[in-house]
Design a protein around this ligand. Structure first.
Ligand code: FAD
Length: 460
């Protein structure tokens, strides 16, 4: 008789948990996955996927403007929020269904309900009782962090609710400067909502290259988003005409919806990690080693709950590496270095490798190649919209260590650039690559002149 009910019990059927469970089950292991909400997790239900649909929906306003320049007349264009939400929900349900089927086809058992650890080998699922497992994988993801010291915070929503608003607001105030805040600002603005972004820092998108940060903020403002930096929301009051938002810069704003996107936290509440002896970091993330193993021998954790790089493809790769190691006898770790990412802001960003500041810190002497220009597609728009491309090169080895793109298709281009950078390619090799013309991407292989940032002079 088997010592445990399952070989593997996974808590959380999101990006990381589903990939690990499927692969483990396909190896012949007896696997169960608990999910308290809907299968697919943040990415499918209230993250990447619905967010991208919203971005697509909101970009049409800009497309219409571009089309006008090309001679089109677009009369009577209007947007139907409930119709869009219904279509979006249909597609999300379809995708969630595919995840369920994939788990079932692999032979994994799905258990609906909130799971918690009772000890290192025992899991209790709400309403389903207790089971035991040889190995346990924590893949519970993250959740929006909401500040407790803002008066009237109960009137604000998080990104979770933004996907289900009953009606499109007329005025929205968004708190935050991270990628989720910036993406929602572009979405609402594109859909015709009066949009204000309030961020306490000196610029949005901390962690990205400084030229990218400044460029995106400027372009967002050109498109109509009001970006208020160095300010924080202190109070939200509900009145008959909507919400009044008070900020530290003594300004007050009127809004129908206030969206807080100040960050996310690992979702470990009520998981019983302490009873199993699993250690957490100061920020509440599950501490793991390179193989995603916790301090408890038979418990692993992958994805956002470990707060390494909080992106879907990373959670998937961590889950896959765990399954390879533990169920296929193939010890595998995921390399967290040089992970490309996109921000679906308007204009969007594709970024991989080091920012200029980080590269200077790491390598000392770096060469910068930077261009800003008007995308050809916008030639007839008579606006001054610009895209930006920047390469960061380690001067000693000529290796390209960072590539940053702001502009149409930046997220698509960066995937290819990421391959070249991951391979350790040199600027000379980029230069030797023949351009594809006429494209935006050709700039990446035709940048010849070194850029000297203002203030750095020749010593840079
Ligand atoms: P999740 O996908 O969050 O899955 C965890 C699952 O565990 C959830 O389904 C949850 O219900 C379940 N769960 C939690 N606790 C329990 C419990 N005790 N019992 C049972 N079930 C439980 N990433 C990108 O790469 N690209 C993007 O464009 C992007 N956009 C995003 C936009 C938004 C608005 C948000 C919020 C996130 C976005 N992300 C994006 C991040 C991405 O969604 C996450 O990195 C990814 O989903 C993490 O996967 P995970 O498996 O760690 O956790």
């Amino acid at each position: 008789m088997a010592k445990y009910d399952y070989d593997l019990f996974v808590i959380g059927a999101g990006s990381g948990g589903v990939r690990a469970a499927r692969l483990a089950a396909m190896s012949g292991a007896k696997v169960a996955v608990a999910e308290e909400h809907r299968v697919g997790g943040t990415c499918v239900i209230r993250g990447c996927v619905p967010k991208k649909f919203m971005v697509y929906a909101s970009e049409f306003a800009h497309h219409f403007k571009t089309a006008k320049g090309y001679g089109w007349t677009i009369e009577g264009a209007s947007f139907d929020w409930p119709a869009f939400i219904a279509e979006k929900d249909k597609e999300i349900a379809r995708l969630s269904g595919i995840y369920v089927r994939n788990l079932q086809n692999a032979g994994a058992e799905l258990v609906h309900g909130k799971a918690r650890l009772v000890d290192a080998h025992t899991v209790e699922v709400d309403g389903k009782g207790r089971v035991t497992a040889d190995k346990i994988l924590i893949a519970t993801g993250g959740r929006p962090w909401m500040p407790k010291d803002v008066v009237g915070i109960e009137h604000a929503i998080s990104s979770n609710e933004a996907f289900q608003l009953p009606a499109l607001p007329k005025r929205v105030v968004i708190a935050g400067g991270g990628y989720i805040a910036v993406e929602f600002a572009g979405i609402f603005n594109g859909l015709g909502v009066e949009t204000t972004l309030v961020h306490r820092g000196p610029n949005i998108l901390r962690g990205f290259d400084d030229d990218v940060r400044a460029h995106v903020a400027e372009e967002m403002e050109k498109r109509g988003v009001k970006v208020r930096l160095g300010s924080q929301i202190t109070e939200i009051a509900k009145g008959e005409g909507g919400l009044t938002v008070c900020c530290t810069d003594r300004h007050s704003l009127e809004a129908d919806v206030v969206l807080f996107a100040l960050g996310r936290e690992p979702y470990v509440e009520g998981l019983g990690l302490e009873t199993a002896g699993v250690k957490l970091s100061d920020t509440g993330a599950v501490i793991v080693d390179d193989h995603s193993r916790t301090n408890v021998d038979n418990i692993w954790a992958v994805g956002d709950v470990t707060d390494r790089i909080n992106l879907t493809p990373v959670a998937i790769r961590e889950g896959a590496a765990f399954a390879q190691t533990e169920f296929y006898g193939n010890p595998t770790t995921f390399d967290h270095d040089t992970v490309a990412s996109a921000v679906f802001s308007q204009p969007p960003i594709g970024s991989v490798g080091l920012s200029e500041a980080d590269a200077r810190h790491k390598y000392g002497k770096v060469d910068i190649y930077l261009t800003r220009f008007r995308p050809m597609k916008y030639a007839f728009m008579h606006g001054d919209e610009r895209c930006l491309m920047k390469l960061v090169v380690d001067a000693a080895t000529d290796r390209v260590v960072g590539c940053h793109i702001v502009g149409p298709d930046g997220p698509e281009m960066i995937q290819m650039a990421a391959i070249a950078i991951k391979m350790g390619s040199t600027k000379a090799q980029w230069d030797a690559t023949c351009a594809v013309h006429p494209t935006l991407a050709e700039e990446l292989v035709t940048l010849r002149e070194k850029y000297v940032p203002p203030g750095l002079g020749q010593a840079a």
